[in-house]
Ligand binder design. Structure first.
Ligand code: PGA
Ligand code: ZN
Length: 413
């Protein structure tokens, strides 16, 4: 069995111009692999602690390097558990979630290389002996559906739009056609913005971030951009990552661009009005993470839309369990760096799938073009969705392009 010879990390720069870490794992058979960790801007309060870069590097290059020397690379669970035990806290405040995750992912990647398997298939094997992969990806040809965030607001832009992400979601198309739809609509939206003398500058996730929008205008733009080439409401559906933590103060939601200040009851009504006007099928973090009454009220008022937890559940099994008991959601975001290890991420996905909760494997707003681990993960566990921003900017398209690669690779099987 190949064993870990050395683990080392150094800093690199991410898509937001901030430093992050890149970790390399070298095995005693000469195989080596690297992994990079992304960075969020709108974070849940219960996410794993991310160490400042110099501190994370120190932890990886010394404590974790010593801890994992000579470990069997094919035992991912043991590798992760050794780090979790050494850390000994619920939020990874002793070793840092970013330190642990980068090692965890680099180990999985080097194990896949040493076994001569594509990463997605190695992940499928350690997930559930590749059962779901065979059923969904190979037999049903059901690849994760991409969710394209093509208008950016919230903390990902400076345009004062309160909702963070306005998304188009291809419906009942294969991955290639879905990607094509995302690209076509993105280019059409750019033309519309130019024609209206609006800015075509981009936000953190590659979506356009013009000034002067409000929520209705943003959805109207999605509609205009989509309807030229697609049937809105059947080919293309809409969604939003509201990321409402960022505009919730003193129990009210401040939608400043429309001079609105709404309590959770009025917020439910606001959503119901939007749902009547537009084919919205996905709402992420529609309420602040502690405003559970708001979550429950929305869940009781609608039946056929995805209500998705991100800041609420932070890829944490315990939080998903209690969200389910309280009836708050039917969909979850999966971000490996919210929890800080691969093993825990896989456990979270398994729990979601067990309860028929839809999964959306997700990038972060500060990401790297060098790493598309989440794409292999999305295919390996046959996630329902993947969200990686707009179909533009290197660090975003790296994720979608990798799935396209896999799609072509597996098409003939
Ligand atoms: P973040 O946002 O990566 O900035 O936290 C992405 C999201 O909320 O989905
Ligand atoms: Zn989110």
């Amino acid at each position: 069995m190949p064993k870990i010879l050395d683990i080392s990390a150094h800093k690199i720069v991410n898509s937001r111009g901030n430093y992050t870490i890149q970790t390399k794992v070298t095995l005693d058979n000469g195989v080596e692999a690297v992994a990079c960790v992304p960075e969020g801007a709108s974070k849940g309060k219960n996410e794993a602690i991310s160490f400042p870069v110099p501190q994370a590097l120190e932890v990886i290059n010394t404590a974790i390097n010593e801890l994992l020397k000579d470990e069997d690379i094919e035992n991912q669970e043991r590798i992760d558990n050794l780090m979790l035990t050494m850390d000994g806290t619920s939020n990874k405040r002793n070793l840092g979630g970013n330190s642990i995750l980068s090692v965890s992912l680099a180990c999985a990647r080097s194990a896949s290389l040493t076994k001569g398997l594509p990463l997605y298939f190695y992940l499928a094997q350690i997930f559930d002996d590749a059962k779901r992969f065979h059923e969904k990806i190979i037999n049903e040809k059901k690849f994760p559906t991409p969710i394209f965030n093509i208008i950016n607001g919230g903390v990902h832009s400076a345009n004062r739009l309160s909702f963070q992400e306005f998304m188009v979601i291809p419906n009942k198309m294969d991955f290639e056609n879905s990607y094509d739809a995302g690209v076509t609509i993105y280019q059409e939206l750019k033309e519309i913005l130019k024609m209206n003398n609006m800015g075509v500058g981009l936000g953190d996730e590659g979506g356009f971030a013009p000034e002067g929008l409000n929520i209705l205008k943003a959805f109207e733009l999605l509609k205009q951009a989509s309807q030229k080439n697609f049937k809105v409401g059947s080919d293309i559906m809409f969604g939003s990552d509201v990321a409402s933590n960022s505009f919730y103060h003193n129990k009210e939601y401040y939608i400043n661009e429309s001079n609105l200040k709404l309590d959770n009851k009025n917020m439910v009504n606001f959503y119901l009005t939007l749902l009547k006007k537009y084919p919205i099928v996905y709402l992420e973090d529609p309420f602040e993470e502690q405003d559970l009454k708001g979550w429950q009220a929305l869940n009781e008022s609608v039946s056929d839309i995805m209500i998705s937890g991100d800041d609420l559940t932070v890829t944490n099994m315990k939080l998903l369990d209690s969200a389910l008991k309280l009836g708050l959601l039917n969909t979850v975001i999966v971000k490996p760096n919210q929890i800080g290890s691969l093993t825990e991420t896989l456990g979270f996905i398994k729990l979601a799938q067990k309860y028929k909760v839809k999964t959306v494997i997700s990038h972060r707003s500060g990401d790297t073009a060098e790493d598309s681990f989440i794409s292999d993960l999305a295919v390996g566990v046959a996630s329902d969705y993947i969200k990686a921003g707009a179909p533009a900017r290197g660090e975003r398209v790296a994720k979608y392009n990798r799935i396209l690669d896999i799609f072509y690779e597996l098409r003939s099987m």
